[in-house]
Design a protein around this ligand. Structure first.
Ligand code: SF4
Length: 190
């Protein structure tokens, strides 16, 4: 729906906020999703994603959502499916070269990005579309990757602390004394 698409660009800041909140929820649900199995959840999440994003952004379910980087203007609606800026054939007034009745997706993208908090992401060059991801849930893939990164960072932090504690105990026992074994003191007293 073209009108709704334009509305989303005009309210890109609000959509950005909602998406960040939603993504945090998905990341927080990672332990549950892993227990159930991401493969099992995928069809349901993809269905909801397709339904909501088709209505709001004319989403084509490319599986590598760029909305956060393109001012909530889906680049897959560009007749040339350009993901890194306009083609150079933009008509006066910002209209598309191929579909003159439609505003250029990239004109919308710059407009939307200028309203967003993290709008400067539009300056980052996006990789080419990986067609093997078409139809899959972008929400789930991104949140799963973020949750895995968080887990890895937590694990690295834990092992760094464990290592530091071990070597501190070896070189300077007083700085990291062993906790008294329960019952040991009582035994020595008696
Ligand atoms: S970039 Fe891809 S996933 Fe995002 S709205 Fe467009 S087609 Fe859908």
């Amino acid at each position: 729906m073209y009108r709704v698409r334009l509305f989303a660009v005009r309210h890109s800041r609000a959509f950005e906020r909602v998406y960040r909140w939603f993504e945090n929820c998905l990341v927080a649900l990672d332990p549950l999703f892993r227990r159930i199995g991401y493969q099992r959840i995928e069809p349901f999440v993809a269905f909801v994603e397709r339904l909501s994003k088709s209505f709001l952004f004319d989403c084509k379910m490319c599986g590598q959502c760029a909305l956060s980087s393109t001012g909530m203007s889906c680049p897959m609606n560009c007749p040339k499916t350009l993901r890194n800026g306009p083609c150079g054939g933009v008509r006066p007034g910002g209209f598309c070269e191929v579909k003159p009745e439609m505003k250029c997706v990239w004109v919308g993208a710059w407009d939307g990005a200028s309203r967003m908090k993290h709008g400067r992401q539009i300056e980052i060059v996006l990789p080419p579309v990986d067609h093997s991801l078409k139809g899959s849930s972008s929400w789930l893939r991104v949140s799963r990757e973020k949750a895995a990164d968080l887990r890895e960072a937590r694990e690295a932090q834990r092992s760094a602390v464990a290592k530091a504690f071990g070597s501190a105990r070896k070189h300077e026992p007083a700085t990291a004394p062993l906790a008294p074994e329960p019952g040991k003191n009582e035994r020595s007293k008696s």
